[in-house]
Design a protein around this ligand. Sequence first.
Ligand SMILES: CSC[C@H]1O[C@@H](n2cnc3c(O)ncnc32)[C@H](O)[C@@H]1O
Ligand SMILES: [Zn+2]
Length: 443
Amino acid sequence: MQDTLNRADLVIHPQWVIPVEPAGQVLENTSVVVKDGRIAAVMNRRDAAGIDAGEVLDLPGRVLLPGLVNAHGHGAMSLLRGYADDLALMPWLEQHIWPAEGRHVDAGFVRDGVRLAMADMLRSGTTTCSDMYFFPEQAAAEYRAAGMRAQVAFPIFDFPSAWGSGPDDYLARGLALIDEYRHTDLQRIVFGPHAPYTVSEPTLARIATLAAELDAGIHIHLHETAGEVLQAVETRGERPIDSLNRIGLLGPRTQCVHMTDLGSQDIELLAATGSHVVHCPHSNMKLASGACPVARLLDAGVNVALGTDSAASNNSLNLFPEMRSAALLSKLVSGDPSSLPAARVLAMATLGGARALGLDDRIGSLTAGKDADMIAVDLSGSATQPVYNPLSQLVYACTGREVTHSWVAGKPLLRDNALTTLDENAVLRRAAQWRDIISAKGQ
Ligand SMILES: CSC[C@H]1O[C@@H](n2cnc3c(O)ncnc32)[C@H](O)[C@@H]1O
Ligand SMILES: [Zn+2]
């Protein structure tokens, strides 16, 4: 045993460990040792039993794996869950969501909405999320206070909103926020241009330059529907992805969200530039936007992450059903039942998300030296028994309610099914109050 392991903060003895790296591995008789917020070792259970630890956690019937990464969402929109359903993207946005946001979104809406989103995510095993929304300073403060890891994308549009008067203002506010969070460990600020159809080319070019100077990420809705692509071709003579490439906006710091309408050349371009794709299967299915060709992207070497989008278009922030649907949808669209197997989709929801967010040196797998972002999932219930293969159970049988613990950097934010940093009753009371306010003003 190494000297540094003589004393640890936490030693966990679960029934199974799924480290995600190496791919597809399921370990038994294995323990995870945590020290100073990091994974000190993934080691044989008998050896780990000899370590002097602040806390020893026996988790029979449970599988320990990396925390899930929700690579695309709009946290505060949890307050609009079920507000407008069964619509296509543009009528949903233009006739329902944007008017409601215009009436209600302020710092208080974002505070309460993000708290509700965090409760939903931490309970279902998401320990890192990407959140693109108005009042990002409020969102970032909420993630920081609750101890949740988050990428916060500040919004940029051509038009004004409650948060900014136009591109110059959005950029000035966003740059100040990047500066404020530069030395914060768990929260990171990135550029969030809404989409190529709401942000003009000169602004996108400025974003490309600024993000390169600051080595910051860019998070953008792209090729969400065939209509978006067709309209760009008709009005600008170019597919949106080609415009972004010409402007210099694609690259390893760029996260392209949705990407349902993709030809072979688009896929080659994503691979050549090292851009990431965030797949949001439920949102794409609910808005009937289309299907991201995940298997073709992976075959081409493109990194694919998984996201829920908002609770207003999903209507959940739970990545367990999202993993299941990603696997099933890929089989359906490819006509190949071996397309996107369980291990692959779990890797997308963990390491793939970490890569997209530029955090794969810190999280995404249970590897010694990485931060201890982990979850424990109870497979002892009737819906997840018998267990032939815990990986299969996680993707095809779990609902997300089996998550009993969620840790971020070694700190338990969900412990034995209880949230430790959020007052859940208060969060639920505020959500109900917002429902009353929003309903009173009508649709
Ligand atoms: C840039 S702040 C977020 C902005 O995006 C809107 N939004 C939510 N979901 C989607 C989606 O799937 N496609 C495009 N825009 C979306 C949200 O309502 C905010 O206005
Ligand atoms: Zn979105």
